[in-house]
Design a protein around this ligand. Structure first.
Ligand code: SAH
Length: 249
C-alpha cells in the first residue's frame, strides 16, 4: 500500500491567505460574510471534528479540508456550511452531512492503494460531493436526474475548474455505461434495491457504497465488493438519504 501522509495534514492552498497589507474584502457571494478569508480555518476545525469522530483516511480528510462547502449552499445558510448537518439545496433535495460524505468516501477508499480510478456518483445535487471526490479519484462521472440541480452543480463547480469532474444529466439508475467499468460507485440517494446497472458497471476489484432499504424497512449503508468470485455485500449503519427515483425531470 502506498505511504500516505499522517495527520495533521497539510492543506492544499486552493484558497491562499491574504497578504498582511491587503484591504479587507467586502462580503460577496464568493467571499461570504462570516467566513470570508479564513474559511480554511473553519474547514480545518471541521476536519478536526471529523477526525475526532473516527474518520482517519488522510486523503479523505485532506479533500474535506480543501473543498469550500460554503460555495455550494444558499447565501442564507453559509454560516452553517461547516456544521455537521445536512442542508437544503432546492427542489426538495439536501446536501449530505460532512460526516456522511467523508464516511462514504472513506469506505470507497478502504483497501485501495492511494487514489481511485474512475468513480461514478449517482445524485450530483449541488455538486459538493463530486468536488470532494475529484480530490481522491482520477475521473468523476456524476449523474443528476433533476435538470435544475444539474445546472446548479455546473454553476457551483465552475469556480473550481475541476477538469476531472464530468456532470451528466440523466437517470442514474441506469448508471453511465460509457465510463464503465468503475473503480467505485457511490449513490447519494437510497432505493429499495441496488440497480443491476450499477453492479454490471462496477469493475472487478471495485466497490459500491449506497444507501438502500433493508429487510426492516429502514435505510442502511450498503457496501458491495465485486470480486472475481462474485459479489460480497455488507450492511452497515442506518442512514437517511433522499429517495432514489427513476426517470428525469
Ligand atoms: N451528492 C449530493 C447530494 C444530493 S442529494 C451533494 O453533494 O449535494 C441526492 C440527489 O440524488 C438529489 O439531487 C436527487 O435528485 C438525486 N437523484 C435521485 N435519484 C436519482 C437518479 N435516479 N439519478 C440521478 N440522480 C438521482
Amino acid at each position: 500500500m502506498a505511504q500516505r501522509p499522517g495527520f495533521p495534514i497539510k492543506f492544499s492552498t486552493q484558497e491562499k491567505a491574504a497578504p498582511a497589507k491587503a484591504p479587507a474584502k467586502k462580503a460577496s457571494p464568493s467571499n461570504p460574510q462570516g467566513l470570508g478569508l479564513d474559511s480554511s480555518a473553519v474547514r480545518q476545525r471541521m476536519v478536526q471534528k471529523l477526525a475526532a469522530q473516527g474518520l482517519k483516511d488522510p486523503l479523505v480528510l485532506e479533500a474535506m479540508g480543501a473543498v469550500e462547502r460554503h460555495r455550494f449552499v444558499e447565501s442564507g445558510l453559509v454560516n452553517q456550511a461547516y456544521e455537521d448537518t445536512s442542508l437544503p439545496i432546492g427542489l426538495g433535495q439536501t446536501i449530505s452531512k460532512p460526516n456522511v460524505v467523508a464516511r462514504m468516501i472513506e469506505l470507497l477508499l478502504e483497501g485501495a492503494s492511494g487514489k481511485l480510478g474512475r468513480v461514478l456518483e449517482i445524485g450530483t445535487g449541488c455538486g459538493y460531493q463530486a468536488a470532494v471526490l475529484s480530490h481522491v479519484a482520477t475521473e468523476v462521472y456524476s449523474i443528476e436526474r433533476l435538470k435544475g440541480l444539474h445546472e446548479k452543480a455546473r454553476s457551483n463547480l465552475r469556480h473550481f475548474r475541476l477538469a476531472n469532474v464530468h456532470l451528466l444529466f440523466g437517470d442514474g439508475m441506469l448508471g453511465y455505461p460509457k465510463g464503465a467499468p468503475y473503480a467505485a460507485i457511490i449513490s447519494a440517494a437510497g432505493g429499495e434495491t441496488l440497480p443491476q446497472a450499477w453492479l454490471d458497471q462496477l469493475a472487478v476489484g471495485g466497490r459500491l457504497v449506497a444507501p438502500t432499504v433493508t429487510a426492516n424497512g429502514q435505510q442502511a449503508l450498503m457496501v458491495v465488493d465485486k470480486t472475481d468470485q462474485g459479489f460480497k455485500q455488507s450492511v452497515l449503519e442506518a442512514v437517511h438519504f433522499v429517495p432514489l427515483k427513476s426517470g428525469i425531470s
